[in-house]
Design a protein around this ligand. Structure first.
Ligand code: DAV
Length: 396
């Protein structure tokens, strides 16, 4: 090696410097990669799971929120009062923005008080009607970053989404994405779907709730496998293991896209639940620290043995007491945000949840998002991880 290097230096000094550089990269490359993953402070984006110490988070905005316009993929999965609400208010502004935003501001103040840096997306004009070659729609909001941003290590992945009213939702987050990228984060946008009629199962048109239940039971969802689609909230991150559910907004094609995109460093487990209307995993299953996963007793996980075999404790959450959630189910009682393994932001109204967390030695930080919930969920939904004091680990 030394003789060959010397001979090369005589022939071309600049090539010598290049190849010697390569030699050292070869020797020390592995170690550098290791250093990178153990020194996350270098990058503004770093989060591997749902529970490490939270340092920076994006919190959505209620301002400018709209009810989605009429569309098959929204209305086909709604029943009763929610369906009437959507039918009545389709495409209109959300009426209680000021109250919702005041709750969210209080949530932000609490997070800041707990030492978390809070970033907010931009408000977009959601009334703007856009057309693509396949459809026309108007938008919804910049309220629920958990649905669109999937943070995996130092990478921010913009989800393709599955609702036409959410096609342009990424625009509200672009200033943040550009900034994080410029400061060193990886930034990926998943393949943009056409969202043409082929993405939606026309068997769902005009179905009753019972029909839809039997469709889901047969493994048919409102989205087809025409092209990849997913919402980030259908994935739960536990280091090298990521749990995903096929739902009305996340198809197998989308799960496979993410599996291949993330590569061999990650294991994507597709899990399913006794849930007849699945959409987003974060009111169904939530890992709150290594070894403890919260489970919704009305939606048992068919693959819970993955956790049990690895020695995890599965904690069945108590029934919700609040009965004021519209867009999501009352089970958003378990849609909590872990600030670290010992602190959780939880709904002020959910006393049984407080008791459950206290019995696990977790301090409850109680906040009220009752009105903001109507836009689309609770603390986990309203946030997206940017930075946790986190390293990539294997817990299974
Ligand atoms: O239970 O209705 C709520 C989660 C919304 N991101 C549910 C799912």
């Amino acid at each position: 090696m030394a003789i060959a290097a010397l001979a090369q230096f005589q022939r071309s000094p600049s090539l010598w410097i290049l190849s010697t550089g390569r030699f050292f990269t070869h020797l020390f490359g592995r170690q550098n990669r290791k250093l990178q993953s153990t020194a996350p402070d270098d990058c503004p984006v770093n989060s591997h799971n749902e529970w490490d110490h939270l340092e920076e988070v994006i919190v959505g905005r209620a301002e400018g929120a709209y009810i989605p316009p009429h569309s098959l993929e929204v209305e086909a999965i709604c029943d009763g009062e929610l369906l009437s609400y959507y039918e009545k208010h389709a495409g209109q502004p959300f009426a209680r923005v000021a109250e919702a935003e005041s709750e969210v501001k209080e949530f932000c103040r609490v997070l800041e008080h707990e030492g978390v840096t809070v970033r907010r997306p931009d408000v977009q004009d959601q009334s703007f009607v856009y057309s693509t070659p396949d459809f026309s729609s108007s938008g919804m909001h910049s309220a629920i970053p958990r649905d669109i941003i999937l943070t995996v290590g130092n990478e921010l992945i913009e989800s393709p989404m599955a609702w036409r009213s959410r096609f342009f939702e990424y625009r509200g987050y672009r200033n943040l994405m550009k900034e994080y990228f410029q400061r060193g984060a990886k930034w990926t946008t998943a393949p943009k779907p056409f969202m043409s009629d082929q993405l939606y199962d026309q068997d769902y048109v005009g179905t009753s709730a019972e029909d839809r239940r039997s469709l889901v039971a047969k493994g048919k969802f409102v989205t087809t496998e025409f092209e990849p689609c997913f919402d980030a909230a259908d994935f739960m991150r536990c280091g090298r293991d990521i749990f995903a559910q096929r739902s009305h907004v996340t198809n197998k094609f989308g799960i496979e896209w993410l599996r291949r995109h993330l590569g061999d460093d990650y294991r994507i487990h597709e899990v399913s639940f006794g849930d007849l209307n699945p959409m987003h995993i974060d009111a169904t299953l939530l890992a709150i620290r290594p070894g403890i996963v919260l489970s919704n007793p009305e939606r048992p996980c068919h693959q819970i043995d993955i956790f049990e075999k690895a020695g995890w404790k599965v904690v069945s959450v108590p029934a919700p007491v609040a009965d004021d959630s519209w867009v999501a189910s009352n089970w958003i009682s378990m849609n909590v945000l872990m600030l670290d393994e010992n602190r959780v932001v939880v709904s002020a109204k959910e006393y049984p949840m407080h008791k459950m967390f206290e019995s696990l030695g977790i301090q409850c930080i109680k906040v009220d998002l009752s009105v903001a919930n109507e836009i689309g969920g609770s603390f986990h939904c309203w946030t997206a991880d940017v930075k946790r004091k986190s390293t990539l680990e294997s817990y299974f």
